[in-house]
Design a protein around this ligand. Structure first.
Ligand code: PEP
Ligand code: MG
Length: 583
C-alpha cells in the first residue's frame, strides 16, 4: 500500500530505490559491496564469528557455578537458540549472495528484519527477545571486528551507484533509513553506495543535514517515525526537494518521479555549463563563490563546481569518530596541506575545531553530560579549555600556510577576552615554530559572527580581525532560541526573521564601510531563494557546498545589485520579510 511520510527537505533531487534500514547504534559497521568471487569468504566470516560466540556461550555454561540463578542459564539457552536459528543464517546468506553486501552489513540487515518480526509479536516475553537477538549479533560483530579484518576494497574500487545500475546481480539503488545519524556517521557514508538518506530526527541545518547536502544526494530529515514505518527492502522514493518519502509507490507514481528525476539531471547538465563563467552581476559587480568542505579530498569537488576558493573548511570532521584519539599536529598539517594543494593556488579558509552541540567527537560522547550542549563548551570555548590541543592545531594550520593562501577562521567568539586569548595563542604557536626552525606562512585572521553578542559588537571584532564570516546557522539558532537540530521546532527556525536579517545586514554594512572582507558561510549562502536578498544587502562573498555553487551563480548572473539594494532595504524594514520577499 502506498503511503507518504513528510519531513524536512535538506538535499535536493529524487532518489528511487530499496530501503536499507540501519539502527544508528550500528552505523559504524562497514557497508560495501563485495565481488561475486568473495561471497563464500564472506559467508564463512559470519559462520566463523557465529561459531566463536557459540563456543564462548558453551564455555560460560560449563563454568557456571551450580547455584547460578536459573534466569541466567535460561538466558544463555535463548542466546544459543537465536544464534542457531535458520532465519538468521539463511537471511545473512541471502543478503550476501543476492545483494553482494559485505558480511557485517548482511548481518545487521538481517537483524533488522528479524527484529521487526519480534516487534510484531503478541506475546510480551517473545517481544522482549529482540534485545537478546541484538546482543548476540553485536557479539558476532565484535568478534568479526577483532578477528583478522576483511580486505575492504578502497573507496575508489567500491562499487558506485552507477556500477550497480549496470550490474545484473544487483541492479537497484539503495536508500538509507535510520532513526538518527551523527555527522561522523554521515561522513562514513560519504563515498558510499547510497542514493538517498532519510532520518527520523534532525533539523534543516543540523550537521547531519549539512553533511547530507555536501554529498549532493537527496535527503529528508525529521521524518519522525520513518524508520518504524518502512520495512527492510521496501521500494521508496525520496523527494529531497519537497521533503517527502513515498513508500511502496504505485507504477504511476514511480513513472512520475522517474520523469522528475530525469528533469533534475537535465537541469544539472544545463547548470554545469556555467562552471567557467565568472560570477558577475548584470551591473558588473564581481561576486566570490566559495566552497564549504569537510575533508581535504572535497577540494576536488570544489574545483569541479567552479569555486574560487574554500570559504569554510570544517576542520572538526578530522577529529570525529576517533574514540578520543585526536589527530596530532603532523596528521593535521598533512590534511590541511592536502586541502591547500588540492585547491591549486586558490585561498583556503580553515576554521579551527568546532565540536560540541550536535557535533560530538564520537558516539560515546553524543549524549554527553552537558545539560545544554549548544550553550556549553563548544567551538573556541572547547579549544581555549585545552591550549595544548589548540596549539597543535594552530601550528598545523600555520605550517600549511607555507604551501598556499590560508585564512584562519575562529568559531563562536563572543567576548573580548576570548579574542585576546586566541590571538595570544596564535602568537605563541608562531613563536614555537620559530624556536624549532619550522617553516610556516602568513595567514589572514577571521572571526565567525554566529552569536548575536558578536554581531552587536562588530567594532571590537573588526579591531582585531582581517575579515568576518557570518555563520547564519548558529546566528539564527542563538537569535531565535531554536535548537537547529530539533525537528519539533524547525518551523520556527526562520532565516527571514527581522532580527536575523538586521544582524546579518549590519555585519555586512559595517565590514563594507571599513573595507574589511565579509562572507556568509551558513546554509543561507547556498539557498538560491535568498541570493538576491543577500546581494541587495551588499554581500559579495558566499560560501556553500560545492553542489549549490552553480545554481547560486545562475542567480548572480541574472541580478542587478543597484535595483536589489533598494528592494532589500524595503525587505529589511518590513515586519514580515517573508511576505515582502513574496514567499
Ligand atoms: C554556521 O553556524 O552558520 C556555520 C557555518 O558553522 P556550523 O554550521 O559548522 O556551525
Ligand atoms: Mg556555526
Amino acid at each position: 500500500m502506498t503511503f507518504s511520510i513528510h519531513g524536512l527537505a535538506v538535499a535536493r533531487g529524487i532518489a528511487i530505490g530499496r530501503a536499507v534500514l540501519i539502527a544508528s547504534s550500528r552505523v559504524d559497521v562497514a557497508h560495501y559491496f563485495i565481488a561475486p568471487a568473495q561471497m563464500e569468504a564472506e559467508i564463512d566470516r559470519v559462520r566463523v564469528g557465529r561459531n566463536a560466540v557459540v563456543d564462548e556461550i558453551h564455555r560460560l555454561q560449563h563454568d557456571m557455578p551450580k547455584d547460578a540463578p536459573h534466569e541466567l542459564t535460561a538466558l544463555l539457552d535463548v542466546h544459543l537458540m537465536l544464534l542457531q536459528d535458520e532465519l538468521l543464517t539463511t537471511g545473512v546468506k541471502h543478503w550476501i549472495t543476492e545483494r553482494l553486501y559485505n558480511a557485517e552489513w548482511a548481518l545487521t540487515t538481517q537483524l533488522e528484519v528479524i527484529a521487526r518480526q519480534f516487534d510484531e509479536m503478541e506475546d510480551e516475553y517473545l517481544r522482549e527477545r529482540k534485545a537478546d537477538l541484538e546482543q548476540v549479533v553485536e557479539r558476532i560483530l565484535r568478534y568479526m571486528k577483532g578477528a583478522a579484518s576483511p580486505v575492504v576494497p578502497p573507496a575508489s574500487r567500491r562499487k558506485t551507484q552507477q556500477d550497480l545500475l549496470l550490474d545484473d546481480t544487483v541492479d537497484v539503488p539503495l536508500v538509507l533509513i535510520a532513526h538518527d545519524l551523527s555527522p561522523a556517521d554521515m561522513l562514513q557514508f560519504k563515498q558510499s553506495v547510497f542514493a538517498g538518506f532519510v532520518t527520523d530526527v534532525g533539523g534543516k541545518t543540523s550537521h547531519t543535514a549539512i553533511v547530507a547536502r555536501s554529498m549532493d544526494i537527496p535527503a529528508v530529515v525529521g521524518a519522525r517515525s520513518a524508520s518504524q514505518l518502512v520495512r527492510q527492502d521496501d521500494w521508496v522514493i525520496v523527494d529531497g526537494d519537497a521533503g517527502v518519502m513515498i513508500v511502496d509507490p504505485s507504477p504511476i507514481i514511480l513513472a512520475e518521479y522517474g520523469f522528475k528525476q530525469r528533469q533534475g539531471e537535465l537541469e544539472r547538465g544545463r547548470l554545469s555549463r556555467l562552471r567557467h563563467t565568472p560570477a558577475v552581476t548584470l551591473d558588473g559587480q564581481k561576486v566570490e563563490l566559495l566552497a564549504n568542505i569537510e575533508m581535504p579530498d572535497d577540494a576536488s569537488a570544489a574545483l569541479k563546481a567552479g569555486a574560487v576558493g574554500v570559504g569554510l573548511f570544517r576542520s572538526e570532521f578530522l577529529f570525529m569518530g576517533r574514540q578520543g584519539n585526536l589527530p596530532g599536529e603532523e596528521e593535521q598539517y598533512q590534511a590541511y596541506k592536502r586541502a591547500v594543494e588540492g585547491m591549486e593556488g586558490l585561498p583556503v579558509t580553515i576554521r579551527t575545531v568546532d565540536v560540541g552541540a550536535d557535533k560530538p567527537l564520537d558516539k560515546t560522547s553524543r549524549d554527553g553530560a552537558h545539560l545544554n550542549p549548544a550553550l556549553g563548551l563548544r567551538a573556541i570555548r572547547w579549544s581555549l579549555a585545552d591550549p595544548a590541543m589548540f596549539l597543535n592545531q594552530l601550528r598545523a594550520i600555520l605550517r600549511a600556510a607555507a604551501h598556499g593562501q590560508v585564512n584562519l577562521l575562529i568559531p563562536m567568539l563572543a567576548h573580548g577576552s576570548e579574542i585576546r586569548h586566541t590571538l595570544a595563542l596564535i602568537d605563541h604557536a608562531r613563536a614555537e615554530l620559530d624556536n624549532k626552525g619550522v617553516a610556516y606562512g602568513p595567514v589572514r585572521l577571521g572571526a565567525m559572527i554566529e552569536i548575536p553578542a558578536a554581531a552587536l559588537t562588530l567594532k571590537l571584532f573588526l579591531k582585531y580581525f582581517d575579515f568576518l564570516s557570518i555563520g547564519t546557522n548558529d546566528l539564527i539558532q542563538y537569535t531565535l532560541a531554536i535548537d537547529r537540530a530539533d525537528e519539533s521546532v524547525a518551523h520556527l527556525y526562520d532565516p527571514l526573521h527581522p532580527a536575523v536579517l538586521r544582524l546579518v545586514a549590519d555585519t555586512i554594512a559595517e565590514c563594507n564601510r571599513q573595507g574589511k572582507g565579509v562572507s556568509v558561510c551558513g546554509e543561507m549562502a547556498g539557498d538560491v531563494s535568498l541570493t538576491r536578498l543577500l546581494l541587495g544587502l551588499g554581500l559579495r562573498s558566499f560560501s556553500m557546498h560545492p553542489a549549490q555553487i552553480l545554481a547560486v551563480k545562475q542567480e548572480v548572473l541574472r541580478a542587478d545589485t543597484g535595483r536589489l539594494k533598494t528592494w532589500a532595504q524595503l525587505v529589511l524594514e518590513s515586519d514580515e520579510p517573508a511576505t515582502a520577499l513574496g514567499s
